[in-house]
Design a binder for this molecule. Structure first.
Ligand code: PHE
Length: 502
């Protein structure tokens, strides 16, 4: 294949930071520590690390390697394997697009909370601790009674969402060079902030009790399928694979650069961040337990509840510098989220659109920012949280796992895992053995399908997801179906391909 002029990372270091930044996100703080506590404490690390090695790392090498081989984002890669496969690359593009429409809303909430923290708007001391939940759901979100009651957009959220998209536009419109430079900051700043929060957390009374809950091992957990499900689903989610973007990020690597070692560094750094964040989270959990004399079950939580309720409770109870720590924490959430957002938007959507339609970078970036912002308005309405949750389940669970499994199968059997292995080994610091082929052809797809069936279909088909009305769950299947149809449609569109040098 002729070498084409493709945009490039300015250095290996910048690429690694961009990859780490895309993987590190809200999940490292609000998902991993909780899963660890819930599923066996320290013992959870075993299935999690096994998941990392057998699923995560080979999968990441595959996405980087295929992107580098074809020098294209996901749809271009699958079109390169065979014209009939292009849709396998578009499906995750549509999923990535939907994710970024709501991921940016969470980033906007964090900005909102930076402002709220400055005045400790939810209150300090016990009053703040009791009022933090109501502040989030009633004041900040103005939450309606259910997904069928949308209501008007909440103006401060709309404003912060617009601001988030303006920031994203300026980060993305010059492409990989600027993205790489920005990623160095969006990775190191949250690391530094986590360190500050950790030191503050560990010096609080009760911290050690919290850490005991985080890590005290329960060996019996290893025999529980649920634990393996939790570990594998977290690995699939945390590395930001299956969302098209890593193919494009890989396509910006020079033809002679390393793949295997970079995949190791990026995925281990991501997981180390999760492990580290767990100490910060559970030291605060322990502190709240002691300060309010409540059991761990009342305090530990995952997801939005951890960041926007539990942490504010802890911040209210601090003996001093409440506003300062609040600002640091929500800035940390902001920086954690923003680089996953530009990864989704740029690697996941903009680069593929430029590849296919030959649009200029500025045009593609502007269109994606405006359309994604417009869709995001839905989540700023008073019923927005419910929709955010439903769309999240659809694309970040089903979409990610199904498209990820499909991609591995088409690459493994259609393109040839051995061909990919040889390509990757040619230039990499260390060579992967033939075990890699079986991972891509069989183990990764099976692992992902296990998660989708066990944790997904077996639950959402008999009982409606999240306790929502049945129609809301059906919306999930409709979104999946529509994005799949759109993928076939995009495959059918004939274009001249990318402009040289874009
Ligand atoms: N990896 C991100 C996190 O841990 C989530 C994410 C998934 C982001 C898929 C982009 C794509 O928060």
């Amino acid at each position: 294949m002729a070498e084409i002029t493709r945009e490039r990372w300015s250095s290996r270091t910048l690429f690694i930071f961009a990859a780490i930044g895309s993987a590190i996100g809200l999940g490292n703080v609000w998902r991993f520590p909780y899963l660890c506590y819930e599923y066996g404490g320290g013992v959870f690390l075993i299935p999690w690390i096994i998941g990392l090695i057998v699923l995560g790392i080979p999968w990441m090498m595959m996405e980087f390697g295929m992107g580098r081989y074809f020098q294209r984002g996901a749809p271009g890669v699958f079109e390169g394997i065979g014209k009939k496969w292009e849709w396998v690359g578009w499906w995750p593009v549509f999923c990535a697009f939907l994710i970024v429409t709501y991921y940016t809303v969470i980033v906007a909430w964090s900005l909102r909370y930076v402002v709220s923290s400055a005045t400790m708007a939810w209150g300090v001391g016990e009053a703040g601790a009791t009022g933090a939940g109501a502040y989030f759901f009633e004041q900040v979100l103005n939450l309606s009674s259910g997904p069928s009651v949308l209501g008007a957009p909440v103006l401060p959220l709309l404003g912060f969402l617009a601001l988030t998209w303006v920031v994203l536009f300026f980060i993305m419109f010059k492409g990989a060079r600027v993205i790489g430079k920005v990623a160095v900051w969006t990775v190191t700043i949250p690391w530094a902030l986590l360190l500050v929060l950790l030191v503050r957390g560990l010096t609080l009374p009760g911290a050690i009790d919290g850490l005991n809950y985080y890590l005290s091992p329960d060996l019996a957990a290893l025999g529980n399928v649920e634990v393996w499900f939790a570990a594998f689903s977290q690995i699939a989610f945390t590395l930001s694979l299956g969302m098209a973007g890593m193919f494009a990020y890989g396509s910006f690597i020079a033809k002679k650069a390393d793949v295997t070692n970079n995949a190791f560094i990026a995925s281990f750094s991501n997981c180390a961040t999760s492990f580290f964040a767990g100490f910060a989270v559970f030291s605060i959990v322990g502190f709240i337990m002691q300060a309010l004399s409540v059991p761990v079950g009342d305090v530990s939580s995952a997801g939005l509840g951890l960041a926007f309720v539990t942490f504010p409770v802890g911040i209210s109870m601090l003996p001093g510098a409440n506003a300062f720590i609040g600002i640091l924490f929500f800035l940390c959430i902001f920086f954690l989220g923003i680089d996953s957002a530009f990864f989704l938007a740029y690697g996941g959507v903009i680069a593929p659109l430029m590849d296919k339609f030959g649009w200029s970078r500025v045009k593609a970036t502007a269109i994606v920012c405006v359309v994604a912002f417009a869709i995001g308005i839905v989540y700023t309405t008073t019923g927005g949280l419910y929709w955010l949750d439903i769309v999240d389940r659809t694309v970040c669970f089903y979409g990610l796992l199904i498209t990820g499994a499909l991609a591995c199968l088409v690459v493994g059997w259609g393109f040839g895992a051995e061909k990919l292995r040889e390509h990757v080994n040619e230039t990499s610091d260390f060579k992967v053995g033939t075990w890699f082929n079986w991972m891509i052809k069989i183990v990764v797809p099976l692992g992902l399908l296990f998660v989708v069936i066990y944790g997904g279909f077996m639950q959402d088909i008999p009982t409606s997801y999240g306790g929502y009305p049945r129609w809301a769950t059906n919306v999930m299947w409709i979104i999946l179906g529509v994005t799949l149809l759109l993928s076939f449609w995009f495959q059918a569109i004939k274009t001249k391909g990318p402009k040289e040098g874009e």
